[in-house]
Design a protein around this ligand. Sequence first.
Ligand code: NAP
Length: 243
Amino acid sequence: MLGGKRMRPYVICHMCTTIDGKILVDRWGSLPSGQSGGSLFEKTAASFGVQSWLVGTHTMKEFAAKSRRLKRVKQTVPPGDYLADPNARRFAIGADAKGVLRFSKNTIGGDHVVLLVTRQVSNDYLAHLRSAKVSYLLCGRNRLNLGSALMKIRSSLRIRRLMLEGGGMFNGAMLKAGLIDEISQVIVPVVDGGPDVTSVFEIPGPRTQTAAAKLKVIKHRVLTGGIHWFRYRVEMRTAARRP
Ligand SMILES: NC(=O)c1ccc[n+]([C@@H]2O[C@H](COP(=O)([O-])OP(=O)(O)OC[C@H]3O[C@@H](n4cnc5c(N)ncnc54)[C@H](OP(=O)(O)O)[C@@H]3O)[C@@H](O)[C@H]2O)c1
């Protein structure tokens, strides 16, 4: 906060998980409520009425075009951020530090696509995004600086509330950076058990002596089919302490 004004959006991390915290919904089959993990996610996320969402590179890839070689361009793109649709009010924001994603359109379900990129991405890549009218914000030299990315999301896109929607690695990095205010976890009555299956928070770096964060339950609902929906406020991050 500065001068009483929040400089970044309020961030709610919303995820559907098994009871062992795993997040790959395609492994769950049909749930006892009769719906798929994907439709449960969409329905519960929509109930927040938050217009914009943010995801990691792997998750955004599921909405992007097929991988293809970039066209070589002769002209250098203008420096700085690029906002292709100044009138957009709903945003699909994805991390792409290395410039690996490809797009043939600039909306996902009507939400305008914005990528968080670093200065390591090529001129050809930025030209590709411009040709697809996909917006981008430069947020760091080699790695995405998540704190400044969120400040740009607030100042350039005027977003006050943002849904963080995975995956586990990106959620973990956001939690470690202290950028999650609330967690909304929908727990399905399934055990995944796969040791290498991504979980809801994959905190980067070596294992710490203590758990990553302490939470306070602020809401709990039981949905049809034994699905439990918890909302937590992030009270304290504890991962700063190392062994
Ligand atoms: N169950 C649910 O509710 C739910 C919700 C969303 C997604 N998912 C699932 O989650 C899976 C993907 O999860 P994931 O953990 O593999 O991938 P992810 O979190 O979507 O993406 C991880 C990638 O983001 C990139 N990244 C860019 N900047 C980063 C930063 N500052 N910190 C950390 N990462 C950064 C990294 O790629 P580089 O290092 O190459 O840049 C990293 O490998 C998908 O299968 C998706 O369907 C489930």
